[in-house]
Design a protein around this ligand. Structure first.
Ligand SMILES: *Cc1c(COP(=O)(O)O)cnc(C)c1O
Length: 354
């Protein structure tokens, strides 16, 4: 039996995606060749890249709105510096909501002045700051929509005239948003889309061309845009598998359909965290992430017993990140409600046996 996989990333993908991806490794499109042994310039692979890009824009509701979807390498971490390299001329504004935001901010400082508009570091990032000011002369405003490690999520994005850049690595395609509010959205594939190895970058074409520095080709969005993500060899397997996941999501009814399921999963786990006296939620309630639920055992609770029970139930990957401790249940798009119900049943069994 497959495990109930709550891993934070790399993480669960739909079973049908695993099956189709395995098949393509052996024999892709009945070519009697593997997906990973053919040219990335072959018509069969070019079709994959085009479809993956088109599906990303379609699912986000950004078709025909002046956006391009790119599949790049280097992870979301590469985007921390690429965004600044391509956009930061004078000053940038950053919202600091956790480890990933802090890393993005650090990279940006290499390129110009960075204003930290607000930070939740004072409470170990267990909330999302609100009511901050974004300087109107900033080149852009950068935020992280979902804080994978701390389990917080931005529910309301600030209204600002400044172009918004958002790291959506861990909640892209999970909820409906007006994605056209963002000039750049980026996301490492390995949390809601595919295997590690590619990063989706969705960018509005008119955001580029505003910095005076020269940019190395591999780090220049314009180069990748002009070459349709084929400036150099793309990570073919990661792109293909991401395309399969996007297809799966589209067939399911798109973001609006998955958002309802994600809502149910979140209500199920947080309902139990709040009800069960042996558990305490980490993030402030109004900022709780629908993707990563972080929680601790109440003091004095028997951790050894809880750990034994969830392992017995076939649960994987719920240990918290080292900077938070406790537990983290990641419930990305591909996770079925049933797995969350199994975890909740274990939490209840733990209460009975304690
Ligand atoms: C995982 C994660 C990253 C880092 O992604 P890499 O692909 O490992 O560079 C960045 N931001 C967020 C929000 C993440 O969840």
């Amino acid at each position: 039996m497959k495990k109930h996989n709550f891993s934070a990333g790399p993480c669960i993908l739909p079973q049908e995606v695993f099956e189709k991806a395995s098949q393509a490794i052996l024999n892709f499109n009945n070519l009697d060749l593997s997906l990973i042994e053919i040219s990335h310039r072959s018509k069969d692979f070019v079709a994959v890249m085009e479809k993956a890009q088109a599906l990303a824009l379609e699912l986000l509701g950004l078709e025909g709105k002046g956006y391009k979807a790119l599949f790049l390498q280097g992870g979301a971490s590469m985007q921390f510096l690429m965004t600044a390299y391509n956009l930061l001329e004078n000053k940038a504004a950053y919202l600091n909501t956790g480890t990933w935001s802090s890393k993005a901010l650090k990279e940006a400082k290499l390129f110009g002045e960075v204003v930290e508009v607000a930070s939740s570091k004072d409470q170990n990032f267990n909330y999302i700051p609100k009511g901050y000011q974004i300087p109107s002369d900033a080149d852009y405003f950068h935020c992280t929509s979902n804080n994978t490690i701390f389990g917080t999520q931005i529910k309301d994005f600030p209204a600002t005239e400044v172009p918004m850049v958002c790291d959506m690595s861990s909640d892209i395609f999970s909820r409906e948003l007006d994605f056209s509010k963002f000039s750049i959205i980026y996301a490492g594939a390995q949390k809601n889309m595919g295997p590690a190895g590619t990063t989706l970058v969705v960018l509005k074409e008119d955001i580029l061309g505003k910095v005076t520095r020269s940019i190395p080709s591999m780090l220049d969005y314009k180069v990748h845009m002009d070459k349709e993500s084929m400036f150099n060899t793309p990570p073919v397997f990661a792109v293909y598998t991401s395309m399969l996941t996007l297809e799966w999501l589209k067939n399911l009814g798109g973001i609006s359909a998955i958002e309802k399921i994600n809502q149910q999963k979140a209500e199920t786990i947080y309902g139990e965290i709040d009800r069960n006296p042996l558990f305490t939620g980490f993030a402030q309630k109004e900022d709780r992430s629908h993707m990563n639920a972080t929680f601790n055992l109440t003091e004095g609770a028997n951790a050894a017993l809880f750990n034994e029970l969830w392992k017995e139930a076939g649960i994987n990957g719920i240990n918290g990140h080292r900077s938070v401790g406790g537990y983290r249940a990641s419930m990305y798009n591909a996770m079925p409600l049933e797995s969350v119900q199994v975890l909740v049943a274990v939490m209840q069994e733990f209460e009975r046996k304690s």
